[in-house]
Design a protein around this ligand. Structure first.
Ligand code: RFL
Ligand code: PHB
Length: 390
């Protein structure tokens, strides 16, 4: 089979790019390792930047997001016994974020691909990238006992952190920057009314906690846990008790608990791979960079990669203009590193580090008291949280 762009990975990055390119008349195929049900069972991001929302609308996938997603103009930070408010709208010049789950967004993208007859192949095994430095790269995969070959002009690696695309770049070309945090987030999804209409990020001496939501009847909560913990060591009652301990009384008193419908632990990691291009291969999203979820930047950083790639590939195919493709890695990385900085800052400010010294505690407190006493500091937070311009 021959296509113009072969996209590895049917997560939000790969699907969104294939949908946008399809609308420009550019032929793509998406190769996904797992089944659609498996991809849609993963509970991940919840907060979308307005720029991402715009891109979803441009991809003709924004209808349900606009109908069911919640616009949030602010959030809370609980710390040192107080519940402070971050007015995103006021301090970002009128912007906001949309709370809409990654699962729903991915479902919308799959349905849009179905409507246009997009080619998405599931359960592909042994995906291998070939001849990336040539003008005629190709990708092979196994389906049962058959090996299938896809000839293409470009390959996009949107196969997440554990995918094969980044690993196809020779080690002497690839530079990797990584920071692993000494804790994870235990997340619980429950069919209960959210404790607060806006998100609550809580710094507490027992560890960080986050109250988020998917809708007015579906809550998403997280607590910081040691990396050695396992979800099965946290029965629901223990989770709710620990979450309550970490929230200010006025919030904990309102918490409605119920059975968990999903419970998992995600390790926290910062990671960047450079460059994001090798010959005819372009990396996008988690395949090239990871952030700890504290600043809600992961999926949003993927969206800006997709925006740049979409425009670069469109300019190539429509005008024969390769400046976007040539400059992709540099342009994408400039924004990626800003998301890295912000996520690291939020994570460092709000978590309890096992090796901290009293000096670090003071700095954390000072960071927070400065934040809530300075309009300039508040603007920095707000402009990053709603998303820096693409
Ligand atoms: P994905 O979603 O990992 O999709 C990659 C796809 O590639 C497939 N794949 C392969 N396919 C073919 N061949 C192979 N060899 C393959 N290997 C892998 C995988 O099966 C998968 O379907 O990457 P993508 O599309 O770049 O999307 C990135 C986002 O998923 C990620 O950044 C966010 O979920 C991060 N994140 C958040 N981001 C936000 O912007 N806002 C948030 O509020 C937010 N909250 C979160 C998060 C991530 C979390 N976890 C679990 C890490 C909260 C959590 C807890
Ligand atoms: C979520 O709802 O899953 C969520 C929200 C905000 C974050 C991270 C995760 O910063």
């Amino acid at each position: 089979m021959k296509v113009q762009v072969c996209i590895i990975g049917g997560g939000p990055s790969g699907l969104l790019l294939s949908q946008l390119l399809h609308l420009q008349g550019i032929d793509t195929i998406v190769l996904e390792k797992y089944s659609r049900d498996h991809v849609l069972a993963r509970i991940r991001a919840g907060v979308l930047e307005h720029g991402f929302a715009r891109l979803m609308r441009e991809a003709q996938c924004g209808e349900r997001m606009d109908r069911e997603g919640e616009i949030h103009k602010g959030f809370h930070i609980a710390h040192d016994g107080v519940l402070d408010h971050v007015d995103l709208h006021k301090y970002s010049g009128g912007n906001s974020v949309i709370v809409y789950g990654q699962t729903e967004l991915t479902r919308d993208l799959y349905e849009a691909r179905d409507r246009l007859g997009g080619k998405v192949v599931h359960n592909v095994e042994d995906v291998t990238l070939h001849d990336l430095k040539s003008g005629a790269p190709f990708v092979t995969y196994r389906s049962g006992d058959q090996t299938i070959r896809i000839d293409c002009e470009y390959v996009v690696g949107a196969d997440g952190f554990h995918g094969v695309s980044r690993k196809s770049i020779p080690p002497d070309v690839l530079r990797e920057y990584e920071k692993v945090y000494p804790f994870g987030w235990l997340g619980v999804l429950s069919r209960t009314r959210p404790v607060s209409p806006e998100l609550v990020y809580a710094k507490h001496e027992r560890g960080f906690a986050l109250c988020s939501l998917r809708s007015q009847v579906l809550s998403r909560y997280y607590i910081q846990v040691p990396l050695t913990d396992k979800p099965e060591e946290w029965p629901d009652d223990a989770f709710w008790a620990e979450l309550k301990r970490r929230l200010p009384e006025e919030v904990a008193g309102r918490l409605i608990t119920g059975p968990s419908i999903e419970k998992s632990i995600a390790p926290l990691r910062s990671f960047v791979a450079e460059p994001m291009q090798y010959g005819r291969l372009f990396l996008a999203g988690d395949a090239a960079h990871i952030v700890p979820p504290t600043g809600a930047r992961g999926l949003n950083s993927a969206a800006s990669d997709i925006y740049y790639l979409y425009h670069a590939l469109s300019a190539h195919y429509k005008k024969g203009d390769d400046t976007g493709l040539d400059g992709y890695s540099q342009k994408a990385l400039a924004r990626v590193w800003k998301a890295q900085r912000f996520s690291w800052w939020m994570t460092t400010m709000l978590h309890r580090f096992p090796d901290r010294i009293p000096y670090d505690d003071h700095l954390q407190q000072t960071e927070l008291s400065y934040l809530f006493s300075s309009e300039t500091a508040m603007r920095l937070l707000a402009e990053n949280y709603v998303g820096l311009p693409f």
